[in-house]
Design a protein around this ligand. Structure first.
Ligand code: HEC
Length: 238
């Protein structure tokens, strides 16, 4: 009887630990770290803004991004270091060469209608995709034919799991010269080319606009002009 009770105690202790530790790490710790952050809209409006306003087509692209479910596999949050090692993944935290790589802050979502934090992280985080890739043609190819660009991840089957979004592109007969913005893929019928729709162009604008590595406040020299060198003190009268 006595040993039975002890086993029950042990089970209860294990259960308590199994729930208490994750609760401590995932709820309590972030609560204390993040709950003191003040809303920063006022600071942004007072001229401490950072980053240019986003292009209109980027906000059209945001709708496409939402509609196509990209956030199901892609996050847009470089996690605080106490929750993960995102900042150490090359390019994720932003422009490392310019020493701007950093964690995402709440203000980074200012001006966005919806913070696409993401649902799962099957593909790479896209917070700073615009700092890594600038080539529109390459991005169209990623969206139109991911398997032509990406190698499958380990143990993930024969092809990348990123689905092709061919419905955002149109097959059109070439009129005169091939268009500059055609998608460069193999196996297109001769005399035809694959052209991005307005939605595909907007989505690419949106992806290129993904930067969450801007300086958090205005650089010093902009916010406070250098003070003139102090005049030499007058010699004290004798
Ligand atoms: C089922 C999951 C899934 C969905 C949905 C998905 N992706 Fe991906 N995506 C991936 C994976 C996985 C990779 C990485 C491919 C690799 O390296 O093998 C990736 C890679 C990318 C990259 C390259 C990232 C980089 O840092 O090089 C971009 C850009 C991208 N996806 C955009 C999109 C867009 C836009 C959508 C919505 C139209 C989308 N993805 C939907 C899984 C997904």
């Amino acid at each position: 009887m006595k040993t039975e009770r002890c086993e029950l105690c042990r089970l209860l202790t294990r259960l308590a630990l199994a729930f208490a530790v994750p609760w401590l790490l995932l709820v309590l710790l972030p609560y204390f770290r993040l709950s003191g952050i003040e809303p920063s809209r006022a600071a942004a409006l007072a001229g401490q803004d950072y980053g240019p306003a986003r292009a209109i087509s980027a906000s059209a692209g945001e709708k496409v991004y939402a509609r196509e479910g990209c956030a199901f596999c892609h996050t847009q949050m470089v996690r605080p270091t106490f929750l993960g090692s995102d900042v150490w993944r090359p390019g994720w935290g932003g422009d490392e060469a310019a020493n701007r790589s950093r964690e995402t802050r709440p203000e980074d979502y200012l001006g966005e209608t919806y913070a696409h934090l993401g649902y799962l992280r099957v593909g790479p985080d896209l917070s700073n995709f615009g700092a890594r890739v600038h080539d529109r043609a390459a991005i169209h190819k990623m969206i139109y034919a991911p398997s032509a660009v990406f190698q499958p991840m380990e143990n993930a089957g024969e092809q990348t799991v990123m689905p092709a979004s061919k419905h955002l592109y149109q097959l059109k007969p070439i009129v005169g010269q091939p268009s500059d913005n055609r998608v460069d893929v193999d196996g297109v019928e001769p005399g035809f080319e694959i052209l991005p729709s307005a939605d595909a162009e907007a989505l690419v604008d949106y992806l290129i606009s993904r930067r969450k590595d801007r300086l958090v406040t205005a650089p010093k020299e902009e916010s406070a002009p250098a003070a003139p060198a102090p005049a030499p003190a007058a010699a004290p009268a004798k």
